[in-house]
Design a protein around this ligand. Sequence first.
Ligand code: TXA
Ligand code: MG
Length: 340
Amino acid sequence: METHIYQPSDVKLAAEDIKRGDLVAFPTETVYGLGADATNEAAVKKVYAAKGRPSDNPLIVHVSGIEAVEKYAEPLSEDAKKLIKTFWPGPLTIIFKLKPNALSKAVTGGLDTAAFRNPKNQVMIDLIKTAGVPLVGPSANTSGKPSPTTAEHVYHDLKGKIAGILDDGPTEIGVESTVLDMSTDTPAILRPGGVTAEQIRAVIGTVDDGKHSVSGNEAPKAPGMKYKHYAPSAQVYIVDHDADWQQASQWVAAQPNKVGIMTTDAILNHIDWPANAEPFSLGADVASASHLLFKGLRHFDDEPDVKAILTEGFSASGLGEAYMNRLNKSAGQMHFEIKK
Ligand code: TXA
Ligand code: MG
């Protein structure tokens, strides 16, 4: 299958593909998603096949406005309405109880809930409106790889497997949306993301922020959190922001292969790096680092001589919580203790 690259002015063509039951990757403010008509079960099943995604991992339903949610979900609580009013359109995905048989099993993975999100990207909102249906959309990467933040990343992973990619340039935030479960008595964050726990607390009071850091044999509540994720070919090591980076540089010098260095400019430019160090700037702070994290990890996949990547770790609060959640997964928890 030929994969078309659509410009924002081609939204109509992309919407026709969706209505025909084909797959089109779409831009959002977080990462690119892999879109299919959420009301067409055969189309939704193609999403799992294209990504190589386990079929028990439910999909987010992308909507424009609260009406589409009310069509499928049980009546919304006052808190739910407040969250939608405050954070939509934006990087907050909310899980609601569904009316019986409101969406196919291919969407929900057999659960009696579904995750809804109203993304903040005008081209994507135009696509939803033109297609006239909500769109399922997992991140548009091959399962296990870092999420795509550019149309080129999507093309790299899915060319020949999908009908089109709607290109709207690099995404703004770079890490995926926050997933908040509102189907249980106590709202719980199942995946940290662009909207922080503090921001949610300010609107609805209590929220459980411990559910996403599961350990041992405990089953994660968001099925997707149990799979290997964001893993480049090289081994990623986390080095804390305030570690002794000169010492890290000596470790790099002792390695037989090239080593990728993903840090903010303050560290990149003020340490004497050896010749085998391959720099990739994460910009100025945790916001630019979140924006560039997946791009950097993918960048080193194109350099087979790089066998290890040192990546800067930040304190896990605010946006740092989402950043560290993704980085920990890509590193398989490998942490370099380099004390000052
Ligand atoms: O920013 C984002 O959320 C991106 C863009 C494309 O919108 N999408 C995204 O989708 O990251 P995906 O499929 O890669 O991640 C969705 C996560 C998975 O961990 C999945 O298990 C969880 O949300 N999820 C979806 N529906 C759920 C449900 N009903 N109950 C619990 N977890 C659910
Ligand atoms: Mg994903």
